[in-house]
Design a protein around this ligand. Structure first.
Ligand SMILES: Cc1ncc(COP(=O)(O)O)c(C=O)c1O
Length: 502
């Protein structure tokens, strides 16, 4: 495709024309261009409601089976992101991850997955009935975070599980750590297995040479990328990319149509169309500036006593092949403050909202919308906090991330089994029927089907004591957890292979 073609915004242009035509609508949505909800319209403005139409209007195409302007917009996106096919998603990368898993694995099939995968992966496993073969990411004890996975661990998993249907990779982690994706792809392909990639935090990679390789550049088969997180489109709008000899795009599309709404938001899809044009034509220049601003802020913050902002020095260490410099993971453990505390101070004293915090870090996400001023405000606030609050060299928290748990039954089996509710503190040895996670980043501490260990309980207690809000359990306070009612018979059932419940 010629570069000039990236100037086009077929969907956005068709929507603007629809509005100019002043068509009288007897179609849903019932607010009819916002006239039915004046209070909301007054605040958000006319145009966003004027383009809030839905599938079924001839010239605006249909995302479930695109043949017109959405098809063209998706072709342009595929070209920009280096894929053969692109599919617009309006339910985030979550729905793309579910569709990718559904398209490669069915009930009882194995799939190789890093244990620090996002909760949407567990959703994909429950929906498909697939069984995860978890591989352990490398853990950085000082930073207290999971890094990437090694190619060697993928090879071992494939040797031990030759029937696995696919390898799932996170590119990059929430904190910006990328594994050696190209080598992982080569290994997986040498076993004839497709590689599917969570690029919730990597949608910008294809557009700047100083960023880690994108999934498509590394030769992966599929990727779900949150365009809304780092490429400028509106929240919830993501993209599913396919370039594969091992996966049939028609099957991917069919899987996507199982979970995607039939009433997709046109404002979201139009924002994908415009964000794609912008990143295709101006991405290099915009990301140049973002990287420069973030590197400068990192340098400044690393001069502050008690602060460490991880950067490219970790590239080449185990579990980190490449690092995304637009991430500012600010490690505060030497201040003797937890990341949770610093997040709250930043929010309530400085009106700065970070992406997330954990025991030791706060994560500030740099992106194309940042400015000199926004990064200077962050640096100044961190400097101020270090001076005002720092209780030097007090390392308060001893708990470390629990290691890989024992998977006793599949997530789907656990989800559909008879359950009982027990206090989390008394649940050691039980098989969890729920997920328990710190959100963000939404990475499960325990997954459905796993045995709960003392270590998990201790870690959850330490997180709670530091003010982290745990989620995933039906009990909103995560004081209680649902476990399998009859764990002995469940184990027998499982080992008989009779686990396809539901
Ligand atoms: C690593 C990771 N994967 C997947 C997702 C899901 O993406 P989305 O919010 O676009 O559904 C997230 C969201 O935060 C994430 O952090």
């Amino acid at each position: 495709m010629k570069r000039e073609e990236q100037q086009e915004t077929p969907l956005f242009t068709a929507l603007k024309k629809y509005v100019q035509d002043r068509t009288i609508s007897f179609h849903v949505p019932g607010h009819k261009g916002g006239r039915g909800i004046p209070e909301f319209r007054e605040f958000v403005g006319d145009n966003i409601l004027a383009i809030d139409v839905t599938a079924g209007i001839l010239e605006l195409d249909n995302v479930c089976n695109p043949l017109g302007v959405i098809k063209r917009a998706e072709e342009l996106a595929a070209d920009a992101f280096g894929a053969d096919h692109a599919h617009f998603l309006v339910n985030g990368t979550t729905s793309g991850i579910q569709a990718m898993i559904l398209s490669v694995a069915g009930p009882g099939d194995e799939i190789i997955i890093p244990r620090n995968a996002h909760r949407s992966v567990v959703g994909g496993l429950i929906l498909s009935g697939a069984r995860p073969v978890y591989i352990k990411p490398v853990i950085d004890d000082y930073l207290g975070i999971a890094m990437g996975i090694t190619p060697e661990s993928v090879r071992r998993a494939l040797v031990e599980h030759p029937n696995a249907k696919a390898v799932f990779v996170i590119n990059p982690t929430y904190y910006g750590v990328a594994s050696n994706l190209r080598e992982i792809v080569e290994i997986a392909h040498s076993f004839g297995k497709p590689v599917i990639v969570d690029e919730a935090h990597g949608a910008h990679f294809a557009f700047h040479p100083d960023l880690p390789l994108s999934a498509m550049e590394a030769g992966a088969d599929m990727s779900a990328a949150s365009v809304h997180k780092l490429v400028g489109s509106m929240t919830q709008s993501s993209i599913l990319l396919v370039k594969s000899r091992l996966v049939d795009d028609k099957r991917v599309k069919a899987a996507m149509n199982l979970t995607q709404t039939t009433s997709p938001s046109y404002p979201l899809m139009a924002s994908l169309d415009v964000a794609r044009k912008q990143i295709a034509l101006r991405g290099r220049e915009m990301l140049d500036r973002t990287i420069k601003l973030c590197e400068e802020a990192r340098r400044e913050m690393n001069r502050i006593e008690g602060i460490y902002v991880v950067g490219r020095e970790v590239e080449g260490t185990e579990g980190c092949f490449a690092y995304d410099p637009t991430k500012l993971a600010i490690n505060v453990r030497e201040l003797g403050l937890s990341g949770f505390e610093v997040e709250k101070i930043l929010k309530y004293e400085y009106h700065i909202q970070v992406e997330l915090s954990d025991l030791y870090n706060v994560l500030a996400v740099g992106a194309i919308g940042d400015s000199d001023e926004s990064l200077a405000a962050l640096v100044d606030a961190v400097r101020d906090i270090a001076q005002k609050y720092g209780r030097k060299n007090v390392i308060k928290i001893a708990a470390s991330l629990p290691e890989n748990q024992e998977l006793v039954v599949s997530p789907r089996f656990a989800f559909y089994s008879d359950k009982k509710v027990v206090p989390l503190e008394e649940s050691e040895g039980e098989i969890s029927a729920e997920m328990l996670m710190a959100y963000p980043p939404g990475i499960p501490i325990i997954c459905p089907g796993e045995r709960i260990t003392g270590e998990v309980i201790e870690y959850a207690k330490a997180l709670k004591a530091e003010g982290c809000h745990l989620q995933g359990t039906e009990d909103p306070e995560a004081g209680f957890i649902k476990v399998l009612a009859d764990r002995e018979s469940v184990e027998i059932e499982y080992y008989r292979g009779a686990e396809q419940v539901g």
